[in-house]
Write a protein of this length. Structure first.
Length: 301
């Protein structure tokens, strides 16, 4: 890709951001997974039976989203690396957008990593929730999961094709792993990668709550001050304590700045609100869908 289209894409994205438009899409390309994580229900049979998104459908989604502006498209699952057309999907999305992905890391190989980055992948995050390998493996339901995740991070960092492509470790913050964050940050420094967090949600299926400690924001912000490679946005981390206390935040931007698209093309507020989609991007008009998302956002408390 030449420099000019890349610059044009970034300028269009900046314009959407400044106008408070949709700029971030979560896209589930399948629900199959080779792990059995205790914090997720997507690997269970009710989800596994749903069809996967095809590369041809990803082309349609990419073109339609481009009508309203370039998006950060976060590719997820299930385990996205199980998809046989993953590279083609990334290439289709990368034509107009900024593809990123979260993976458990188990299927990362040097050839696949090089292909994904060459296809336009901007960022890959590997999930690691505990510095203690035994705890991580128990949570993932697979022996050796921690070792494979760390090796995946090494491979990904070594196979980037451009300096602006980023490799992250990402952790789900729960009631028992806040003390693990600093050791994980130290591992990231050794690997030369950056670190992100997200907050556990029990909304993705019938799972128990795993509420983080009440001062979670303060602790994470302290760590961010001391670790420059902790790149989660300060404003995002500041909301964690409120989200724990109120089971959500009053200023949620789902539907306004971000949305979710599942493997059938159904569009909803976010990955925690898959019920009641506002439309289907494969068959519907994207401008109308964006308008419906904004209306749903206005009534979301």
């Amino acid at each position: 890709m030449s420099a000019l289209p890349a610059i044009g894409k970034k300028l269009r994205f900046a314009n959407s951001f400044l106008r408070n438009r949709l700029v971030h899409v979560n896209l589930q390309i399948l629900y199959a997974c080779n792990y059995r994580c205790t914090i997720c229900d997507f690997w269970k049979i009710a989800w596994r039976q749903k069809p996967m998104l095809s590369a041809a459908q990803a082309e349609v989604i990419s073109e339609k989203l481009n009508l309203i502006g370039p998006q950060i498209v976060s590719i997820g699952g299930g385990e996205p690396m199980l998809h046989p057309e993953l590279t083609a999907i990334v290439r289709a999305l990368g034509r107009h957008h900024f593809p990123v992905m979260i993976t458990n890391g188990s299927l990362v190989t040097p050839p696949l990593a090089r292909d994904l980055f060459a296809a336009g992948m901007m960022e890959i995050s590997v999930s690691v929730d505990y510095a203690d390998p035994r705890k991580h493996d128990a949570q993932r339901g697979v022996a050796g999961a921690h070792a494979r995740a760390i090796e995946a991070l090494r491979i990904l960092q070594a196979t980037r094709t451009h300096a602006d492509q980023r490799v992250n470790m990402i952790s789900v913050i729960m009631e028992d792993n806040l003390p693990e964050v600093e050791p994980l940050l130290q591992t990231c420094r050794q690997l030369g990668i950056t670190y992100l967090v997200t907050l556990y949600s029990h909304s993705r299926g019938a799972k128990p709550e795993r509420t983080a400690v009440t001062d979670v924001s303060r602790r994470l912000l302290e760590l961010k001050e001391r670790h420059r490679h902790f790149v989660a946005l300060r404003g995002y981390l500041e909301k964690f304590t409120e989200a724990v206390a109120r089971h959500g935040v009053g200023s949620c931007s789902a539907g306004r700045n971000l949305c979710n698209i599942d493997s059938q093309g159904d569009v909803g507020l976010c990955i925690d609100r898959l019920d009641g989609p506002v439309g289907n991007i494969l068959t519907g008009d994207i401008v109308e869908i964006e308008q419906r998302l904004r209306k749903r956002h206005e009534t979301n408390r």
